[in-house]
Ligand binder design. Sequence first.
Ligand code: NDP
Length: 408
Amino acid sequence: MTMFDGDFTRRRMIAVGGGVAAAGLLVQGAAALGQSTGPAATGKPMPDGVDLPANPPATVQPGSVGFAIIGLGDYALKQIMPRFAQSGRAHIAAIVSGNPAKLKQVGDAYGVPESARYSYDSFAQIATNPAVEAVYIILPTGLHAEWAERAFAAGKHVLCEKPMALSGAECERMIAASQRANRKLMIAYRCHFEPYNMAAMALMEDDAVGALRLIRTEHSYRMGPTTPSENWRVSRALAGGGPLEDYGIYGLQAALYLSGEMPESISAATYRPANDPRFAEIFAHVSAQLRFPSGATAHVVTSYDSAGLNMVEARGTEGVLKMQPATNYGGNTLTLEAGRNRQELTPGDSEVQFARQLDHLASAIRDNTPIITPGEMGLRDLRLIEAIYASAASGQTVRLNPDATMRR
Ligand code: NDP
């Protein structure tokens, strides 16, 4: 069974950016649509609304880890690159892009030497640049596995954006490549470094809502008109099934880190409207019910076609913990209600999550400290996503082993 059985009929193995999509994951080929997916073919324009620094950073702290940023898109330019200024242990040492004009503009603004500005074709030369110790992959998801393998082959550590890849098999390849290279692999699950989510985890560990009964999460927004050739987020080859991998994964993650359990079974449903170019290749909605060994359940909902909502709620025998928004870059809220008591918590500035995440990998590299969001966590989540799609395709409840593989 594949992730998408039952919903799509035209499927085949494809090569994405020169790499072969993972065994076991059959995806509708971009090649079949006449699209190019590989980075070498891109040269995406500068996104709107990017604020480049007026002056490059003056100094690099002693012992700081040099990162190469690969993929100068929206998230890299607006969220990640500006946050290096708040990191004590990480700095930008190189950039990689398919757009030469952007390489120059961004490289000049961040003080990246010309010799450390790479195209996708010249990326392999990064192996001989000792200033780069880690590569931060901020490419479309379908390219994560291939570029992680290339970074490991160049002898670099890897920080990889979420979702880790498009299938469990791709994640296993990435973990194997990290082990072969003896280099670290971390998944950029920023909520593990975000004060509101960290406080929620601590409250749940302290049984602040009593015995957990129900978790509800929703991550939804309404996507504007688009097509797979215009937008990688609606392309199966680059985004998998769509909203669950991209946005719903925050709710799936929250269900696990708030319950502290792994589901023993999953039942799920997907929906894909006919004749909507946005959903020619991906799902519009995914809804999954996770059942935990304690008897608690989690309802994880995500949509690219409904009014915006970002919320997480954990309800127990004594109270309820509510977060809305729950997993944003900033502005998150956290409320604990127990009986007549209602407490609004303000555990800190959400913005620190970005720099903390960078510092976490830098510390793991410098001090050999454990990574709290390792490749194995990304693999676990892709296995759960595969189980969700398998349940939706079959209409059956899927039973899981403790490592999230499906019980046959
Ligand atoms: P964008 O489309 O804005 O940027 C992606 C960049 O990847 C492009 O600008 C381009 O950079 C490069 N690229 C290389 N090959 C391709 C291709 N075939 N099609 C499109 N782009 C290509 O995406 P985002 O920045 O929003 O997302 C990138 C990654 O970051 C994804 O994995 C996403 O899930 C993750 N993300 C994480 C968030 C979080 O909160 N943790 C939030 C948003 C995104 P260039 O022109 O320089 O070559």
